[in-house]
Write a protein that binds this ligand. Structure first.
Ligand code: PLP
Length: 407
């Protein structure tokens, strides 16, 4: 089933908004996606008909809210082909999911002399927690280099994954380069050494089928707000065996089994990691976003974005932009970073905004990668299910204008 972005657009009320009287051309979905009516209405329905705190009360309304929340968990498990909802922990988003692993698993397992491997293309969310961990534990943080065309230096794997490596932390799809990384190969290499792999799927989960068994991921994180869901919700997938062994992250209500004056015992997984009142409506909204993406089909989502990415790359090359990352759409997603000679990315973003076009400019929370690319910042257009060739054409017209201003 192929995806028609003009039909998809109609599900998103925001596209009824005009920007300076012009069509809204939203090309910043890698930052946060727009929300379809189906998700917005599900959140309203929850607050109007099901709202109560979860897991705590015996009355019918609380049973409804608990069913909605736990139903969303089951949907998320299915979305990434996780073996059981027990392996799905709700968090505030990818950043919190990664920090959960840092505080819980890594603090208990990573020691002085051990190594944690990240890559040169990680988002700060999958870098800074590991800097903090290694500084605190005396372990060493290493960075797998990136080639000039934005691929991981897999030829160096033997040097970077050794019996000292306890954890590999890698993005499945880069938010800057669009690169889809060979995560399964990294998983096989680290598992052969007895270590674990954490996959940052913040950019992959919204855009392509993700299967934790195929990836052989030990942990995998993603955010609701980048995949048509609300802000304030996200997922940490963890192998059940690992989650069972891990100490809690936050302490408080719900994560306990029994509390004594001086100690406590812990609830079963995943509740052990969900302290206090969670973002219930947001989790329910994430469940609706999963339903929405399933109704389109993740294969169709990926196929549409490959086709549009190929078109955008061709047009960007034609206007003389310097595009970062792989040129083969089999190896990349639709987050496209580029520079246009002599025009600062912030100026570009400001000028195209005059035409109703939203793109991001800056370091994209990947400052070490900017240094590797030798640029202070890039402009980034990122594509999603509701983008059309017309959107790309409007961007190109605006870029031509920007070039004209600085000629
Ligand atoms: N990882 C990647 C690759 C991202 O692109 C982002 C957000 O841009 C994050 C992590 C952080 O996600 P969040 O801000 O939803 O926690």
């Amino acid at each position: 089933m192929s995806l028609d972005p003009e039909v998809v657009r109609k599900d998103f009320p925001i596209f009824e908004t005009r920007m300076r009287g012009k069509r809204l051309v939203y090309l910043d979905s890698a930052n946060t996606s727009q929300k379809p009516r189906q998700v917005i209405e599900r959140i309203v329905e929850f607050y109007e008909h099901e709202n109560a705190n979860i897991h705590r009360a015996v009355y019918e309304l609380a049973e409804r809210s608990t069913a909605a929340y736990e139903g969303a968990r089951a949907k998320c498990a299915h979305f990434i082909a996780a073996p059981s909802p027990r392996s799905i922990v709700f968090t505030r988003g990818t950043t919190e999911s990664i920090n959960l692993v840092r505080y819980s698993w890594a603090r208990a397992n990573v020691r002085e002399g051990d190594e944690v491997l990240v890559t040169e293309m990680e988002h700060h969310s999958n870098l800074v927690p590991w800097q903090l961990l290694t500084q605190e534990s005396g372990a060493t943080l290493r960075h797998l280099p990136v080639t000039d065309d934005g691929m991981l230096r897999m030829d160096l794997l033997g040097d970077y994954i050794t019996d000292k490596t306890k954890l590999v932390c890698v993005g499945l799809m880069s938010n800057v380069l669009g690169t889809i990384n060979p995560v399964r190969q990294l998983a096989d290499a680290i598992h052969a050494m007895g270590g674990l792999i954490l996959v940052d799927a913040a950019q992959a989960a919204p855009h392509m089928p993700v299967d934790v068994s195929e990836l052989d991921a030990d942990f995998l994180a993603f955010s609701s707000h980048k995949m048509c869901g609300p802000t304030g919700a996200g997922v940490l997938y963890g192998r059940e065996r690992l989650l069972e062994e891990m100490p809690p992250f936050h302490g408080g209500g719900e994560m306990i089994r029994e509390v004594f004056a001086d100690h406590s015992t812990w609830n079963e997984i995943p509740h052990k990691f969900e302290a206090g009142t969670m973002n219930i409506a947001q989790a329910v909204g994430l469940g609706a976003a999963v339903d929405y993406l399933h109704s389109l089909g993740m294969d169709s989502v990926r196929a549409h974005e490959m086709e549009l990415t190929a078109y955008a790359l061709e047009r960007l090359n034609a206007v003389g932009a310097e595009v970062h990352g792989p040129s083969d759409v089999d190896q990349r997603g639709g987050a496209i970073s580029f520079n246009v000679a002599d025009v600062h990315p912030h100026d570009l973003a400001t000028i195209v905004d005059q035409e109703g076009v939203c793109i991001r400019a800056g370091h994209h929370c990947a400052q070490p990668l900017m240094r590797r690319l030798g640029v202070p910042a890039t402009a980034r257009a990122s594509l999603y299910i509701y983008n059309t060739r017309e959107d790309v054409d409007v961007l190109m017209g605006a870029l031509e204008q920007a070039k004209g201003w600085f000629a």
